[in-house]
Ligand binder design. Structure first.
Ligand SMILES: *Cc1c(COP(=O)(O)O)cnc(C)c1O
Length: 373
């Protein structure tokens, strides 16, 4: 079945109790058992599993081509729950430009759990080969990356991780399975912040791990969630499931608009560089063309004139909203270094854009007037 069809139909069908096409929200925290003690509907207690969380998992796993999924309270909770399954003494490799939450988790928390983390620029897969150690248990990949939109050769990097017996984890938040399928390229686990494109409307937080196989790692991460408690609430699970039904059309439209915005910025004298793998001149273009069906709806540009010019452009937009995050229907703009705070290594002249569902002409006009002023 094609992705667009799967997005609409994956997971449970109409509610068997009522025939309702839209799934009910089950707020119950505890579930009845029969006289022999067997749970009537397969659930016992909300933290262990619950109907809305399970419905979302069964809908989400096939979209990434995985056998099973676990959903969490946030994208960070999803990633950290997988890291918490690793035995003390394990070494993990994270991208040098990892999402800032994972960069902080790697520096601050992993050592407390007896885990060693190295940050590696994997745009050259040889750097990953050199960084692997006998005790490397997990390699995390992120492409396109945040906020410089660096592209990593997924098949190549995954092969290096797996040859060494390490789990290959891909943060697919930016691309979404509408555009990129890491499991088809050999990944063991795919991570999502469903807060972004899956939810799609800037109104729900969630995270997901999709497992290629119903593996020991799946069981272990499920145990971490059950005991440590980073579950997805019934309402949040329901909202993310509602969002994923329209993922395919939203992302296709957003990616097409992002391409138009990137082309317009590339021609504008106020932008000294544009980071978007869809542009033929982008260093990641060839690899992105091989592993993505379109180039996503995130891009960044460098303001000619440095930090002050970047802040001025961000201050002058009228249609873009000045806000962090991404993946919603409304386009967002941010001075990323300010959002990341004092530990940020993001260039001060960088402006990050999340392209929404407005018309490209209106977005381009807004950026032009902001840069021209
Ligand atoms: C937002 C984001 C996360 C973290 O997700 P939360 O839902 O905010 O915890 C992880 N990775 C990427 C690429 C993200 O954009």
């Amino acid at each position: 079945m094609k992705f667009e069809t799967l997005a609409v139909h994956s997971g449970p069908g109409p509610d068997p109790a009522t025939g309702a096409l839209a799934p009910p929200i089950h707020l119950a925290t505890t579930f009845a058992r029969d006289a022999s003690g067997t749970p009537l509907g397969g659930h016992t207690y909300i933290r262990e599993s619950n109907p809305n969380q399970s419905a979302l998992e069964s809908a989400l796993a096939p979209l990434e081509g995985g056998e099973a999924a676990l959903v969490f309270a946030s994208g960070m909770a999803a990633g950290v729950s997988l890291l918490q399954t690793l035995p003390p003494g394990s070494h993990v490799i994270l991208p040098h430009d990892a999402y800032y939450g994972f960069a902080i988790a790697g520096r601050e928390f992993l050592p407390r759990w007896g885990l060693a983390a190295d940050f590696v620029d994997m745009t050259d897969v040889r750097n990953l080969e050199r960084a692997m150690r006998p005790e490397t248990k997990l390699v995390m990949l992120e492409t396109p990356s945040n906020p410089l939109m660096c592209v990593v050769d997924l098949a190549g990097a995954i092969a290096v991780a797996r040859a060494a017996g390490a789990l290959a984890l891909v943060d697919n938040t930016f691309a979404t399975p509408a555009l990129q399928r890491p499991i088809a390229l050999g990944a063991d686990v795919v991570l999502h912040s469903t807060t972004k494109y899956f939810g799609g409307h800037s109104d729900v937080q969630g995270g997901a791990l999709v497992f290629a196989r119903r593996s020991a790692a799946y069981e272990a991460a499920g145990h971490v969630r059950h005991i440590l408690g980073a579950v997805s609430s019934p309402f949040n699970s329901w909202l993310v499931l509602r969002g994923l039904r329209t993922l395919a059309v939203r992302v296709a439209a957003q990616a097409a608009t992002a391409m138009a915005v990137a082309r317009a910025l590339a021609e504008h004298p106020g932008a000294s560089a544009v980071h978007y793998p869809g542009l033929p001149a982008d260093p990641g273009h060839e690899v992105a063309r091989r592993q993505m069906t379109a180039f996503g709806a995130m891009l960044s540009f460098r303001a000619r004139g440095g930090r002050e010019a970047a802040l001025r452009a961000v201050g002058r937009v009228r249609l873009f909203s000045r806000a962090t995050s991404l993946g919603g229907v409304e386009s967002l703009i941010e001075h990323r270094a300010s959002s990341e705070g004092p530990t940020s290594t993001t260039p001060q002249d960088l402006v990050r854009l999340s392209i929404g569902l407005e018309h490209a002409d209106d977005l381009v006009a807004d950026l032009r007037q902001a840069l021209d002023g």
